[in-house]
Ligand binder design. Structure first.
Ligand code: AGP
Length: 599
């Protein structure tokens, strides 16, 4: 998803390397185009941008040599307008006096472009980031050159959720506005900066100033001033010191970030459990207000995070006897948005903390007076600021587009909360990191062999029963994301209600099985086998199950509640190996983005 970064310094300098590093650190969000603009002391603007990977475009266009007092870089993931050089960002205004870039969606982009063209502005592309620049240009030209007033006026013209950064060649300040998309400022020595998220700021400074929706940040080398976009009032807010890690996005010897992140899972689970055991946030989370027994708790997320919510609902039900309702973000609004209210509690789960579909649901919950509990990985994210109470996932950076370690920690977090609600001793979870490490060793070779079998198939199914149902959905999503095969994940007993017709000679069906469900699964296996299907079990060793399937990926034996988490790892490995065997880069699959800040 698009990411923006802007920096302003006291002395003119070679800003290119800073901009390229910032772009590199925003890259995990996903992008198809990249651009940089610098403004020199004499007011000249140097703008370079194109479609392609950062390293390639940077080498070709010479980003590292770009000099100036102010700089902007932007990574674009196409929504309005195809990926192309004119649509790449940053954008100039008609006369080349303003340069700016955005993240998000301006939903009235088509109408605005028509208006700008009618008014004689020079519109070069079809991208809505360009509309942000022209929207400011119109008012700036009319009001005699007051940037703050022009941005405030443009805010009323631009519909949708976005953040943008903009500067004027003769005005030694950088301006940024936040409306729905992430934006944070950093204050360093003789420089300040602003970005879509923290990772691109932390190498420059740890003094962080959060920016809220409806605020304009005015950056100078000496500091950042905040203004309310509605009335122009100055807002006073102290910067905060960020103490967290500044990990570099390195592969650490692994061929892909995905494989590195899969192998980090035992360690991040250990860290999360450590954090939860000593955290006052857990008490606040469980008691503010007490997760009500008489009402359901809503667990809301999208994609992989939704699958964690589904697993959380099974955990809450089976372990704690509590009704939890898993919902997609937009589904929450459509299904519950008109009646939830004070006394209702929803847990909103998002790795990035920026997923628009989830934040829209948070907004509805807040408006209706319900409690917002947040679970996210990215500290400083919008979800963190919008939550009444929150728990971080403590995974460190997840760079690869397919979520792996964040899913596992979401699952562990729900399991931990279910244990707490059930009054069970959470010490029972301390075996998890060791079991996960064993699972990686025990299943990698078998997962690779399964991937070889699947290689020739363009359609397949993943089935799970009860607790393993969410893992079937997650295993199927991983396969779809990074192998481009069509894989459907289902509750295994549903398979006979229609999809069974897909089965023919050799058709692959993977069966994820938790201890206690083997007898049921053997029935479902045989419905497939008798029709010529190829059954692959992923489960702890079980002789009867083994006797009924064609292939078996054995995971270490463990308590039933832990098994969905262990089974996730071979499912990730199958997808990873198949992706690599197909010559696909699993870290950056086509058309996908890590952070989806659009509807
Ligand atoms: C997971 O592999 C996907 N990249 C995607 O489904 C993701 O989980 C979804 O977009 C939600 O993202 P979030 O957790 O950042 O909200």
């Amino acid at each position: 998803m698009c990411g923006i970064f802007g920096v302003i310094t006291r002395e003119e300098q070679t800003l290119g390397p800073t901009l390229v590093e910032a772009a590199r650190r925003l890259a995990y969000r996903g992008y198809d185009s990249v651009g940089c603009a610098t403004v020199a002391a004499d007011g000249s603007i140097d703008l370079r941008k194109d479609v392609g990977r950062i390293a390639e475009v940077s080498d070709r266009l010479g980003f590292p040599e770009m000099r100036g007092l102010r700089g902007i870089t932007q990574l674009r993931w196409a929504t309005f307008g195809a990926p192309s050089q004119p649509n790449a960002q940053p954008h100039l205004d008609s006369d080349g006096d303003l340069v700016g870039a955005h993240n998000g969606n301006v939903v009235n982009n088509v109408q605005l472009r028509e208006l700008f063209i009618r008014e004689g502005l020079t519109v070069r592309g079809t991208n809505d980031g360009e509309s942000c620049v022209h929207a400011v240009e119109r008012h700036y030209d009319r009001n005699g050159g007051d940037m703050l007033a022009a941005i405030r006026a443009a805010y009323h013209d631009l519909e949708g959720d976005y953040a943008f950064v903009i500067t004027q060649r003769g005005d030694h300040r950088l301006y940024a506005i936040k409306k729905g998309s992430g934006l944070v400022a950093g204050l360093g020595e003789g420089m300040t900066c602003v970005s879509s998220d923290l990772p691109s700021i932390l190498p420059l400074t740890r003094r962080i100033l959060p920016i809220r929706d409806g605020e304009i940040a005015v950056l100078s080398p000496e500091g950042v001033e905040l203004y309310d976009v509605r009335d122009g009032r100055r807002i006073e807010r102290e910067a905060e010191w960020y103490d967290g890690p500044i990990e570099a996005a390195e592969k650490g010897g692994y061929p892909h970030f995905m494989l590195k992140e899969i192998h980090e899972q035992p360690a991040v689970v250990g860290e999360l459990l450590h954090l939860l055991n000593g955290s006052s946030h857990v008490e606040r989370f469980l008691q503010a207000p007490p997760l009500p027994r008489e009402r359901p708790v809503y667990l809301v997320g999208c994609g992989t995070s939704y699958h964690a919510c589904l697993l959380g609902a099974y955990y809450f039900g089976q372990l704690a006897g509590r009704l939890a309702v898993p919902l997609l973000g937009p589904q929450f609004n459509e299904q519950c948005g008109c009646w939830v209210g004070p006394g209702d509690v929803a847990v909103f789960v998002s790795q990035s903390g920026e997923t628009k579909d989830v934040l829209n649901a948070v907004k509805v919950m807040r408006e209706r007076g319900g409690q917002v509990l947040g679970v996210f990985n990215v500290l400083g994210s919008t979800l963190m600021h919008e939550s009444d109470s929150y728990l971080p996932l403590a995974c460190g950076y997840e760079i690869s587009v397919p979520a792996t370690k964040t899913f596992v920690n979401q699952a562990v977090l729900f399991l931990y909360l279910a244990y707490r609600l059930a009054g069970r001793d959470v010490a029972g979870l301390d075996t998890l990191p060791g079991l996960l490490a064993e699972t990686l060793v025990a299943t990698d070779a078998a997962a690779r062999q399964v991937a070889e079998y699947l290689l020739g198939w363009e359609a397949l199914h993943y089935l799970g029963y009860g607790l393993t149902h969410p893992i079937a959905l997650e295993g199927a999503l991983k396969l779809k994301e990074i192998t481009y095969a069509h894989c459907e994940g289902m509750f295994s007993s549903e398979f006979k209600h229609g999809p069974l017709s897909a089965v023919h000679d050799g058709y692959p069906v993977l069966f994820l099985t938790a201890p206690g469900d083997e007898a049921m699964m053997i029935s479902h296996v045989n419905e497939v086998k008798t029709r010529g299907g190829h059954a692959i079990a992923i489960a702890a060793e079980h002789p009867a199950l083994r006797a009924n399937v064609d292939d078996y990926v054995v995971v270490p034996a463990a308590e039933r509640a832990l098994m969905p988490i262990l089974l996730t790892l071979p499912a990730q490995l199958v997808a990873y190996h198949m992706s690599v065997q197909r010559g696909i880069d699993p870290d950056f699959p086509r058309n996908l983005s890590k952070t989806l800040t659009v509807d």
